[in-house]
Design a protein around this ligand. Structure first.
Ligand SMILES: *Cc1c(COP(=O)(O)O)cnc(C)c1O
Length: 459
């Protein structure tokens, strides 16, 4: 008899969470204008808003915190992080930043100008924001299979090489400062990119003389999927696979709040010394001196330790199996979710969940609000609200997918919490026909509106 799977860690510290009533939550979400970002965390029972910076660090990471060197210049913590970046990714140059979008800001300041075109696979919202803020354009070249949530494709994060080549062929080289490959592809459902695809992208990039950068927040989960889904790599370690992945990149931006399992931090890294020098100027201006870039020494230490630990197969397996556990529970209940289950989150297909609600009434936001009211669960909308308005026409962009993302923080919740989440989803799904209307926006910011938008229920 084979024994069931169990995690390779135990818990050393706990944190109390408040189990509110539905009446309390109905009041709170109304006060929060039906925007889950506006809730107090104390009003949330199970917080699946994001897996970004919300994970539990290991005892060894906490030990590293005590060893942090807080010197302004040349701290040992900087060199610890520099070694980790070199050992794991192979890049000689790196710039610490306080989080992923800050690394984007620094790197893009050195690379992107007005009128540029940046092809990639479903650019992350802050990435797209930083591109559009510079009056440049992000062009999505993700494979079409990514947009069919029922299709079981092993690498739905892949770039369609024909789409990419069309962009490279039909635009002058000077207008394409870089190609961004997001691993895993967050916006299309935490879906991985294959190593074969990375090689293909690099081949085209070299043919047209364009550098390739990986938006690397969940690079380790991506490597895990390569190991278990791409035959040629099944006997390689995660660290070997990561090394191989980054052979086909000229640089990276990293939100360390994801796969480095720290609460705050990020960096950019690159091969080209000239680019490093150019970006250093912006790092100093926006983030801090180049040997700390907005991070404390202790945080750089924990980050370096997190990178080493989270590129071990056992760590990734525990995490991805928990996400799968929740995903399978929802599938058993008949709830439409994105297939296959992604690395960091389960994505509910809201268009299939509430087909009677029109796209103008923010379908995924409507489902996300219900999850909160019924169960105190905070997920997040990945749909029309997030897609925002077209910067030129100012019209709503209606993406093909309306998803509710339930992101699982690393090593934070137990599988009993997952059982509860699944039960809440089922309860709502079983009464879904009663929903007649969705929401309308009463306030929105001109860019990245999802964080602060206000809604009201359509009666
Ligand atoms: C989180 C994330 C970012 C932005 O990083 P922050 O640390 O939140 O600023 C960029 N790209 C991807 C793919 C991400 O997941």
């Amino acid at each position: 008899m084979s024994l069931p799977y169990a995690e390779p860690y135990k818990i050393k510290m706990t944190e109390q969470i408040y189990r509110s009533t539905q009446e309390e939550r109905e009041q709170w979400i109304k006060e929060a204008k039906y925007n889950l970002f506006k809730l107090k965390s104390s009003q949330v029972y199970i917080d699946l808003l994001t897996d970004s910076g919300t994970g539990a660090m290991s005892d060894k990471q906490w030990a590293e915190m005590m060893l942090g060197d807080e010197s302004y210049a040349g701290a040992s913590s900087y060199y610890k992080m520099k070694d980790a970046v070199k050992n794991i990714f192979g890049f000689d140059y790196f710039l610490p930043a306080h989080q992923g979008r800050a690394a984007e800001n620094v790197l893009f300041s050195a690379m992107i100008k007005e009128g540029d075109i940046v092809p990639g696979n479903s650019h992350f919202d802050t990435t797209k924001g930083h591109i559009e803020f510079r009056k440049a354009k992000a062009v999505d070249c993700t494979i079409d299979e990514a947009f069919d949530t029922t299709l079981n494709h092993p690498f739905k994060g892949n770039i369609d090489l024909n789409k990419l080549e069309n962009v490279l062929k039909n635009n002058p080289k000077e207008k394409i400062p870089l190609i961004i490959v997001t691993i895993t592809n967050n916006s299309s459902g935490g879906q991985p990119v294959s190593l074969q695809n990375m090689k293909g992208v690099k081949y085209l990039a070299d043919k047209y003389g364009i550098p390739v950068f990986y938006d690397s927040a969940r690079f380790a989960e991506n490597a895990y999927f390569i190991k278990i889904r791409e035959e040629a790599y099944k006997n390689k370690t995660i660290k070997e696979i990561v090394k191989e992945m980054y052979k086909y990149a000229d640089g990276m931006t990293m939100s360390s709040k994801k796969d480095a399992v720290v609460n705050m931090g990020g960096f950019s890294a690159m091969r080209d010394e000239n680019l490093y020098k150019k970006a250093s100027v912006y790092n100093i201006m926006f983030e801090g001196f180049i040997t700390y870039g907005g991070m404390s020494g202790r945080d750089m230490n924990a980050l370096a330790q997190g990178l080493y630990e989270n590129t071990e197969f056992e760590a990734l397996e525990a995490r991805i199996k928990q996400v799968e556990y929740l995903g399978n529970k929802l599938i058993e209940a008949g709830i439409p979710v994105q297939h296959p289950i992604g690395g960091h989150a389960v994505f509910i297909d809201a268009k299939k969940f509430l087909p009677q609600i029109s796209k103008e009434e923010y379908i995924a936001q409507t489902v996300a609000v219900e999850l909160y009211i019924v169960g105190g669960i905070r997920g997040v909308e990945i749909g029309t609200v997030l897609a925002d308005r077209d910067p030129i026409t100012r019209k709503n962009r209606y993406p093909e997918l309306e998803l509710v993302r339930l992101a699982i923080p690393r090593k934070t919740y137990t599988n009993s919490h997952m059982d509860y989440v699944a039960a809440v989803c089922k309860k709502i799904y079983d009464t879904r026909h009663e929903a007649k209307h969705g929401l309308r926006i009463t306030y929105e910011a001109p860019i990245m509106r999802h964080f602060t938008a206000e809604f009201e229920k359509i009666k």
